[in-house]
Design a protein around this ligand. Sequence first.
Ligand SMILES: Nc1ncnc2c1ncn2[C@@H]1O[C@H](COP(=O)(O)OP(=O)(O)OP(=O)(O)O)[C@@H](O)[C@H]1O
Length: 819
Amino acid sequence: MQIGRKQPQPYDWETTRRMRARQVKPVPEKISADDAREAATRTEQRYVDRVYTRLDTEREKAAAELRGGPGPGGGSGFQAQVEREVTTTEASRRLARLSAVDRALCFGRIDHRPEDGAPGDTFYIGRIGLRDEDREPLLIDWRATAARPFYTATPGSPGTLARRRHLHLRERTVVGLDDEVFDLDGLTEDDRGSIVGEAALLATLRRGRTGRMTDVVATIQEEQDQVIRSGLQGVLVVQGGPGTGKTVAALHRAAYLLYTHRDVLERRGVLVVGPNATFLRYIAQVLPGLGETDVALATVGELYPGVRAAAAEPPAVAVLKGDLRMADLVEAAVRDRQRVPDGDLEVAADDMTLRVAHEACVQARDRARALRVPHNIQRRRYVHELLDALALNRAEQYDKLVDEPLEEILTSGGVPDWLQELIDEADDDPLLDEADLRVAKEALWQDPAVRRTLDALWPELTPQRLIAGLFSDAGALERVGAGAGLSTAECRLLHRPAGSSWTTSDVPLLDEAAEWLGQDDTADRIRARRAAAERAEEESYARGVLELTGLADEELVDAAELAGRNRDDGPQGTTAERAMADRQWAYGHVIVDEAQELSEMAWRTIMRRVPTRSLTVVGDIAQTGSPAGARSWGQMLDRYVPGRWREQRLMVNYRTPAAIMRVAADVLAAVAPEQVPPEPVRDDGPPPFTARIGRAALPDRLPALVRAELAGIGGGAGEGRLALITSAGRHPAVCGALPGTPAGATPDALDAPVVVLTCEEAKGLEFDSVIVVDPAGIVAESPRGGQDLYVAITRATRRLTVVHDDDLPAVLSALAPTG
Ligand SMILES: Nc1ncnc2c1ncn2[C@@H]1O[C@H](COP(=O)(O)OP(=O)(O)OP(=O)(O)O)[C@@H](O)[C@H]1O
């Protein structure tokens, strides 16, 4: 594991390509290529049939276990319940996993070279591992060590491999094979005669888009494999240009880490944070397709349980709310709610006005603040002290009531001896003793007037109440904002009407407030102590049962989990569901995608979710669109893991063909000259087009252009997707020209053959054809220059058209006008 920042290792794409071209030695011409292909396909089909039969058997076994419940040993009572839990939980987990992997279950084969005269091993690689009836490996899980050569062998360093074969399946039928031969002499005579192939990667990349990301488990490349199998500990930054497979590699990494560290991660959970709901829908199928169905996916706006942050707000407000000064603002807002009266505290209770000196109130507040606990817990101390002082004041006033008439008798000189003795004995003892004071204090707390007064001075607060109250109170904003270093103009920017809906950038503020406020959990803690004692008893019983049933060593279920499941006092559900419902859940690993867009405040929220700092941070500094986002990884990460994050760069672009990438490279040189554009794998597709269409002519000409482009990608039926990516200013005109076309990050945006998006909405997505409308507007609107144009251009997998009315921006001068 490398510590500190790693210099980018330029990926030697050219050499690899040249070596690949050289690798296949001529095959003896005994049979025709077609015959060889057919024979090899038949052989592989037989094997694939065995694998699917085994999958079906395993599935049926798991389903039968679920249906059968406890079996003949079933009964009532706790032991039977424990046994049922063990059987059904494991069976349902297995069934979910087995049901999700049907598509392309087996996709690879590796043939090792013979060694010491013995034939080399052959392994088939698949989404999950399967064994045959004799427990012999039938299919190797892609994450297992034995599968690693499938991903790491290159012509330059093949290791012990003689051949790598990709199997292409449609449903359960083998429809294609691709071979990469590393050592022809290492193959048997039969195998030599059955070599087939065209590069599997290119075949995969040329497929039409479906609106959903699919896994690439069959064609993971070596530089991606290093990302995927990097250790669990610490912060790994995956930096790479558009289309370098950062997202897809990070998702495979999640699956790999779950496989390798299942004991920890299945319990603590894995969280994937994405930029918006559409993006999360776009990637949602990848992990289930890899057999992992229990990973939490969320936007930053969904990280605060109970709040759905969906409202829009002006970018300047969002940027300000992402500023680190907001942490000071929240702290100042909390302190602002910890008050003392201007003069003495005066409360009318029953028949008298109770008083506490101003100075005593200040001391009570300072003592409460000195406790290193959150506001709602400090409040208990403050309220107790003031109630003590009020009760004491009541006692003093009672004393006075009694003392005054006594005084009169004393001064008149007519005191009998027995009374004089009593007075001398009583000394200065107050009329109310300790027990009386406690009762008086309790009575005061029950008095609504007293409670209102104390609540106003130091209220019990929820994060929602604090933040909503602050933003809707211009006076408080200015008072508190000044303390946090905000200008008057900035405070005004934050002001909004009471009852406004929550926005995504409010969520880190709510999270921050929750830390400062805490909860008065005295009652909860008493309950928890009682429950812990009961649980300890149940756990010890469950452990006994597991030992009796012989399941204690199987790691399928542990006693604590089992005992926990039998109580109905906690939230039920999968790890992901329970984690998402708990703000203080500590995940075992967190993956942040499009991480360059996260504000400093959003990072604070993320880091709270992963105290162990086991993170994968995925992004491209050159694509940062938000002014609140990252200018460098160090700027965001050094605060939490100074110098202790490692960086891995991806340098090859699997999405955008070379002709489009040449145009994108000019834009990149203008906006981030220090960044190197990724090397495209694909060199197919037509050069980018341009079309000069004024705003007024859009309704006449845009529909025809869209129809022609759709025809060009064979879109409309199942595969083939087109996006119009436009400036915010031109967005209404484009939507108006294409009535009925879905627009924006809506749920159906991914399923429609055509969609209209802004650059921000298009981030992370890809389409067969992209029409960029109003490039000059996009550049003008982009807060950091042309980053958004770079994003828009690099979304295309096959065709790019640029629609403009004014002259093309200078950064697109390489584009020859074509229409
Ligand atoms: N090894 C691979 N085999 C097949 N396809 C791949 C491979 N790596 C990446 N791809 C494909 O390349 C495309 C881009 O991948 P991905 O979206 O992960 O890139 P990215 O680096 O996250 O891009 P961006 O920064 O633009 O969001 C996807 O269609 C993905 O499936």
